[in-house]
Design a protein around this ligand. Structure first.
Ligand code: UD2
Length: 398
């Protein structure tokens, strides 16, 4: 299966400076006019720069172009050229890399900033969110303002522009699942304000399609991981990696028998690109691998990949922790043609090596633009093309 080509479009990525958003930008910017709207509260401008790409060893499926070059400023406009990697890590001679990247430094809850960023777009990837479940528990209204109220502004703006919206939903909509794997028709009983907000957004997306004929697709991400995932809410894989690298104890919460479906960010990007072109709109889709891995196995996997001498220790389980999670991927496979490609072991290995070589991904040859306030000052840098690929691997089974 190959990803669809998204070419010559005007695209807005909200939260484009964040973990998943910045990978999407990287895939889109070579061949599209890409706008990023981000307040950089948790995202970073570094995520949109070449140096961070090369440092983190960003991995891309072989048909996902992964480079960007654009004049960047904090208001409007763009220019610059881009060179991307096409299938088999070679630029496609039929494609004219002609993309651009414009950063609007602002909040999705600011209608003016949103309008400015969305003017003339025909496609919106809505990734901006307050992703901390804990923060949503501490301050439900605050997270609701971003995750739901502001998201409705995005949907309304999309109506104005007649733009398709692909939005980030979450496995959090399901809460404690009744059965595995979790299908899209499973009971939705979120256990946190974050999950409630994502569920409401996911339902609004469907209803905007039904009521206003707006093409929307909600993608319910399972446990995402990959380069650039960092910070206090970044997830167990980056925490374990940090601990292993420092030869500090790897801390398992609870008995470690709980399981998750870990999906690599490059697969999430591919799911987004597929959602951007599908006819099957007005729907929500799981984005996972269909596999699950215990946290105990994960700890050992990370420790081995790093070659660390970290002891694996246990502490109290997280209150309200979900015991098991695994996506039913039949709908997304059937409707979007999506299948995860990156197995957990190779995904982790690539994080450890910073690029990974043996499996058929290509990392970008990239040029990137200027910092905010520095006009169009160009900063050019090349990263090597490094082939690697990934096949789904079975880490553990039900
Ligand atoms: C994920 C999402 C969250 C929400 C939720 C829905 C991430 C980062 N979070 O939360 O946004 O969608 O799914 O169900 O993807 N753990 C340890 N040691 C650590 C850290 C974590 O043992 O140092 C355990 C933790 O107790 C849990 C598992 O690892 O059992 C996964 O934790 P997580 O925070 O990475 O993700 P999760 O599934 O709680």
């Amino acid at each position: 299966m190959t990803s669809p080509a998204i070419r010559d479009r005007t695209v807005l990525v909200t939260g484009g400076g964040g973990f998943i958003g910045s990978h999407l930008v990287e895939a889109l910017a070579p061949y599209n006019d890409v706008r990023v709207l981000d307040n950089f509260s948790t995202g970073s401008r570094d995520n949109l720069s070449v140096s961070s790409t090369s440092e983190t060893g960003s991995l891309w499926a072989n048909d996902t172009p992964a480079s960007a070059d654009g004049g960047i400023d904090d208001t409007e406009n763009d220019d610059g050229r881009a060179e991307g990697t096409g299938e088999d890590a070679d630029p496609d001679p039929d494609l004219d890399p002609d993309g651009s990247l414009t950063i609007v430094d602002g909040d999705i809850s600011d209608p003016m900033a949103l309008q400015r960023a969305a003017r003339g777009v025909d496609l919106i990837f809505h990734q901006a969110a307050l992703v901390s479940v804990t923060e949503s528990v501490d301050a439900p209204r605050r997270s609701n303002e971003t995750n739901l109220d502001a998201s409705l502004l995005v949907l309304d703006q999309a109506r104005q522009e007649d733009a398709r919206v692909v939005l980030a939903s979450s496995a959090a909509v399901y809460g404690h699942p009744d059965e595995l794997p979790i299908s899209e028709t499973a009971t939705t009983e979120p256990t946190s304000p974050y999950g409630i907000q994502k569920l409401a957004l996911d339902q609004y997306a469907r209803s905007y399609h039904e009521l206003y004929d707006l093409p929307t697709v909600a993608l319910r991400y399972f446990n995402a991981y990959g380069p650039r995932q960092q910070g206090p809410y970044s997830g167990v894989i980056s925490t374990f990696l940090e601990q292993a690298r420092a030869d500090e104890p790897i801390t398992i919460e609870g008995d470690g028998e709980q399981t998750r479906d870990f999906v690599h960010v490059s697969d999430i990007v591919r799911a987004n690109l597929l959602a951007a072109t599908t006819d099957a709109v007005g729907e929500a889709y799981n984005v996972g691998t269909g596999e699950r891995t215990s946290i105990r196995d994960l700890a050992e996997l990370v420790r081995d990949a790093v070659g660390s001498s970290s002891p694996i220790v246990h502490r109290d389980p997280r209150s309200g922790d979900i015991r098991h999670s695994r996506a039913d991927v039949s709908k997304v496979r059937h409707e979007l043609g999506f299948e995860a490609r990156v197995g957990l072991e190779s995904g982790i290995r690539s994080l450890v090596t910073g690029a990974a070589g043996e499996q058929g991904y290509s990392s970008p040859s990239t040029q990137q633009g200027a910092e905010q306030g520095q006009g169009q000052e160009q900063q050019q840098q090349e990263t090597q093309q490094q082939p690697l690929v990934a096949r789904p691997e079975r880490q553990s089974q039900d």
